[in-house]
Design a protein around this ligand. Sequence first.
Ligand code: GLN
Ligand code: ZN
Length: 463
Amino acid sequence: VNGKNIWRNHYEKTTNLLQELTKYSSQIVLNTSCSLLHVPYTLRHETKLNENYKKHFSFAEEKLNELAELANIIDSASPEETPAYQKNKALFTEERFCENKGVQEKVAALTEKDFVRLPEFSEREKIQHKVLNLPLLPTTTIGSFPQTKEVRANRAAFRKGEITEEQYVAFNKKKIADCVALQEEIGLDVLVHGEYERNDMVEYFGECLDGYLFTEKAWVQSYGTRCVKPPIIWGDICRAKPMTLKWSVYAQSLTKKPMKGMLTGPVTILNWSFPREDISLQECAYQIGLAIREEVLDLEKNGIQVIQIDEAALREKLPLRKSDWKSDYLDWAIPAFRLVHSGVKPETQIHTHMCYSEFADIIQDIDNMDADVITFEASRSDLTILDTLKENNFRTEVGPGVYDIHSPRIPTTEEIKSAIEKMLSRISKEKLWINPDCGLKTRGIQETIPSLVHLVQATKELR
Ligand code: GLN
Ligand code: ZN
């Protein structure tokens, strides 16, 4: 029984496997494939999800029941006649009404050139430097600003129907306006809108896409005491409506500086959702890729010149065996990202962001994502990544985070300066960006402001 996903076990397949196994041993222990840490606790409290959906799922408690049922089925004289087997068989022959022919055709029609952005990187780099005209060592942030109690309360009130959509939007617009003003005052170069509308970077997009389902209480641990509620991919995915457009366009209208559009990439959306088991991960990643691509092109059409597509979790689902890395994962994960941005104009600058992870052994693949700029965690790993970049002639422009946002400690100007100096000894000044190492949503505003002030101060002194 798969311990990592939430779909019901297919008893026919499992009993066939077990029958095969009994040829080799009479002592078989039924178990889940791993600890149940990665799945939510129980379906019992999911009251809003229609039974037609719910009957296809199995969370931790239900998986234990599946083990017991499977044991009974196997022990029985005629397994296929047991009621549990029959019921499960009926479930798997049922039509799930989850297909979208249009999306399937679009994925089937993709060709090599859909994954290639032109002109090539060095050509674009020149054009973008000219058009964006940013100072040396441009400063930026990763996207989110502190998600304060009021921000969360506003969203909760809207969800519960306690405030109207107009009130909800007005509150967020005010937050965006304050955030833009703050960034201008601090003197950052490429601004963000602050992501106040997002609960988290995957669930938010799931809610704007067709093909997703949501639970009420299906939480799983993310790290430490932080938890996430991964959405479920039920069917073929497509963009139901623009997802971030109105927030980004509004934010850009408040400033002359470039406003970064802010999206989550297909691989991270897939890796932080519960995926389907009836189509391949590649197929699903390309469906999501096409949906995010539509948003990218919409942002570009509406005057957004810099677009960040986060792939925070790119490395997370890398197979355990190194021999499987390419064929089972990177060979579609990297193209899925390329598909999202291959249609933009040369002057549109594509950023991506990756969280804390071991990059060194996939550094070439990261460069092959063909983004224009990548920002990532580097401060906790003591900037060791810089040597790897240099050794590999990494061509994408980089913003290795200059301070650790996971800590409430405010970095001093001196300390940031010395981090940047270290970076400059390995990376050419034309390719270096200055930014924190991740989004600021878990920080308080009182530590965020001085930290960013110091970041800009350090950069100005070095310029
Ligand atoms: N843009 C996101 C943010 O700033 C990225 C979050 C992440 O990398 N986990 O919150
Ligand atoms: Zn991050």
